[in-house]
Ligand binder design. Structure first.
Ligand code: UTP
Length: 295
């Protein structure tokens, strides 16, 4: 099955990253050299997506500008002899078409995904959260593995999972799997469980593949906490009505870098900067010296 539409929700306010996100989207914060959302789009390009629909909101136009061709900048770089910097703009020429729609009320991730319905119509699609990078330098084929699972099992939904330490489990949506293994059917999902309630250490990790039935399920999902329509609740409704939902685990070398809070953002930035081909080695020395002086 050829699944080539990706929906990327980026409408959230990013309040946990204030003041950095007061007048710029969190998805545009840099991790190493690139804004987070560029890594997401590069991953989707490698996964051969053809159309990307961003679910945006007020204050998010810099995302649109970022993926546009900037002929003026290209001309300026050529004329001032900085041809080598043109390489940094190669991503503008990715073989993708970009679309944008606004989530006019911030009613949660489920509601954001529902905004894609008139565009997606009656076909399966990928959803990738715009604030999460999967794998160092976004080198991950998790979406491909999820699409394979979706097709093989005629699933209603496939979700990516990351194994997280049990002391952090209360921050995530967590799976109750029917079986062990890297690909498993899901019996239930629990949002932000206590350690005792959690049936596994498998946390939902920012990538989904959905059959179009998800739209109807979202429509029938009542608002939960803070009046938000949770995508997890809509997926549970699908399962309750007989839909098969599967999980695919990220590999150990495919960590999820969610930049939604400062701790995770700082860690992601430092890790990506340390891996930077040009600046990484010098930064490593600098950090080692700093840490030697402040044990
Ligand atoms: P988060 O809940 O992490 O994002 O949603 P947030 O609402 O921006 O975070 P805080 O709590 O205020 O700091 C995960 C993803 O879902 C999108 C966000 O943009 C983010 O990419 N989202 C969330 C929407 O598009 N719409 C929503 O109503 C909620």
């Amino acid at each position: 099955m050829d699944i080539n539409i990706a929906v990327v929700p980026v409408a959230g306010l990013g309040t946990r990253l204030l003041p950095a996100t007061k007048s710029q989207p969190k998805e545009m914060l840099p991790v190493g050299r690139k804004p987070v959302v560029q890594y997401v789009v590069e991953e989707l390009t490698r996964m051969r997506m053809k159309r990307v629909l961003f679910i945006t909101g007020p204050g998010k136009t810099s995302i649109e500008n970022h993926f546009d061709l900037n002929e003026e900048l290209i001309k300026e770089l050529r004329e001032s002899g900085k041809e080598e910097l043109l390489e940094e703009l190669e991503y503008e020429r990715a073989p993708l078409q970009y679309f944008y729609t606004r989530q006019r009320e911030l009613l949660g991730l489920g509601h954001a995904i529902q905004c894609a319905e008139p565009f997606v119509g009656n076909q399966p699609f990928v959803t990738a959260l715009g604030d999460s990078i999967i794998g160092m330098q976004a080198k991950s084929d998790i979406v491909q593995r999820m699409i394979r699972c979706f097709t093989e099992h005629r699933a209603s939904a496939v979700i990516a999972f990351e194994r997280v330490p049990m002391e952090e489990i209360h921050r995530y949506g967590v799976a109750k799997p029917r079986s062990a293994g890297e690909v498993f059917e899901i019996e239930d999902l629990v949002e932000k469980p206590t350690r005792q309630e959690a049936a596994s250490n498998l946390a939902i990790a920012a990538r989904y593949v959905f059959a179009p039935e998800i739209f109807d399920a979202i429509r029938r999902t009542p608002p939960g906490k803070h009046g938000e329509i949770q995508i997890t609740d809509a997926i549970r409704l699908l399962m309750k009505e007989g839909g098969k939902v599967f999980g695919v685990c990220l590999r150990a070398d495919e960590r999820r870098y969610d930049i939604g809070n400062f701790q995770a953002y700082f860690r992601a930035f430092v890790e990506f900067a340390l891996e930077d081909e040009k600046q990484g080695p010098a930064l490593r020395k600098h950090l080692e010296a700093l840490l030697d002086h402040h044990p």
